[in-house]
Design a binder for this molecule. Structure first.
Ligand SMILES: NC(=O)c1ccc[n+]([C@@H]2O[C@H](COP(=O)([O-])OP(=O)(O)OC[C@H]3O[C@@H](n4cnc5c(N)ncnc54)[C@H](OP(=O)(O)O)[C@@H]3O)[C@@H](O)[C@H]2O)c1
Length: 341
């Protein structure tokens, strides 16, 4: 790999509370040499996923990341050298590269790029985020005409797709976001029926005004106080789709309280269901075709929010918890040597 160096973004210190850009630092090391059966890959686009925050810890457990470790993350990457017959230089693969230019991969740990759309589309609407919004809303939430659907983190990677899927299926859709301006983007550009600013007036009061007939389906990306405010506003036989709990990833002591929940579930006959996108991967192809059709017809819009350069990964990631992103946040690390178009 000649004189080329491998830039790595590593954890410089373990935050006691909210993550800061200064908790990371960049170092340079030699590009690693692949061993028998391995691939050397070069990172092209890094995916920013809030749940990865939970891996930074001083607990020292296997799988958790401590000081000096390369920050974890999934990416699309290009094969540079292959010592495995099934792969060739120029192939694009999806794998856990971490935040670095180059990484070694085992063939069993990479997924091939099936050239459905651009690199950005592959990591957003046709990838984990888009499919999570699609399956979570369609299969767990089951929206229908006449239903009111509420989505939290509605301007994010999963949320902006989940909300638009519910619109396609005929529901009235309300999104919760972190600013007035993001709320206007939901209604004016993405076709949501209404938006709520979680940093505005008291949430329970806003829910009462904007969802006067209650909420039939709540797609919960954040948990915490927002879930607490929404549950009492749910209609009987409503469904709460538990997708994630982003409000708890970046705090020193995540909440664990559940004591009041059974009373609400029983009284309102609610169904509260968690899901993981991979549970629905046997339907992945059909989902991608449906999303591609809606996208091509202009019925839904995709928002990709890309920052330029590996060194901006900390800023891109920390910003997720401030709600800086609109749609799927990615970091462009490099362009493919061979056009993946
Ligand atoms: N179940 C699955 O299979 C699966 C798969 C992928 C992702 N997920 C989950 O889906 C959720 C969304 O992920 P994503 O990748 O689409 O992230 P994202 O929504 O693009 O980014 C996170 C968003 O959460 C909101 N947020 C951050 N901190 C918050 C807080 N303290 N309180 C309320 N809102 C807060 C921010 O939006 P605003 O400031 O605009 O509110 C931010 O933009 C996450 O919980 C993730 O773990 C689940």
């Amino acid at each position: 790999m000649s004189a080329e160096r491998n830039r790595q973004v590593v954890i410089a210190k373990i935050p006691q509370g909210a993550l800061q850009v200064s908790d990371f630092e960049v170092r340079e090391v030699p590009v690693p040499e692949p061993g028998a059966g391995q691939l050397l890959v070069r990172t092209l686009r890094l995916s920013m996923d809030p749940a990865t925050r939970a891996r930074i810890s001083d607990a020292g457990h296997p799988g958790l990341l401590g000081v000096g470790d390369v920050m974890a993350g999934s990416a699309l990457a290009e094969v540079v050298t292959s010592l495995e017959p099934g792969f060739a230089p120029g192939d694009i693969v999806e794998c856990y590269t971490g935040w670095q230019d180059y990484s070694l991969q085992e063939p069993g740990a990479v997924a091939t790029f099936d050239k459905l759309g651009t690199l950005e589309e592959h990591l957003s609407i046709y990838g984990v985020s888009g499919l999570t919004g699609y399956f979570g809303m369609r299969e767990v939430g089951e929206p229908a005409p006449g239903k009111t659907v509420l989505v939290s983190a509605a301007g994010g990677a999963v949320g902006h797709i989940a909300g638009q899927v519910a619109k396609q299926l005929g529901a009235r859709v309300v999104g919760i976001v972190g600013s007035e301006e993001k709320g206007r983007w939901l209604t004016e550009t993405l076709g949501f029926d209404a938006a709520i600013n979680r940093r505005g007036e008291k949430l329970s009061a806003q829910l009462k005004t904007i969802c006067p007939d209650g909420i039939d389906i709540y797609f919960d990306n954040v948990g915490g106080e927002i879930l607490e405010a929404v549950l009492p506003r749910m209609n009987e036989h409503g469904r709460v789709v538990c997708c994630g709990y982003a409000s708890q990833y970046d705090v020193a002591a995540p909440v664990t309280a559940t004591r009041g929940v059974p009373a609400l579930l029983v009284g309102k006959r609610l169904r509260m269901e968690g899901f993981v996108v991979m549970d629905y991967y046997d339907m992945k192809q059909a989902a991608r075709e449906t999303l591609a059709g809606w996208l091509a017809a202009g019925q839904i819009k995709l928002s990709v929010d890309m920052l330029e350069g590996l060194e901006r990964a900390p800023e891109a990631f920390v910003g997720l918890f401030g709600g800086d992103n609109r749609g799927k946040r990615l970091v462009r690390v490099a362009e493919p040597a061979v056009n993946a178009g």
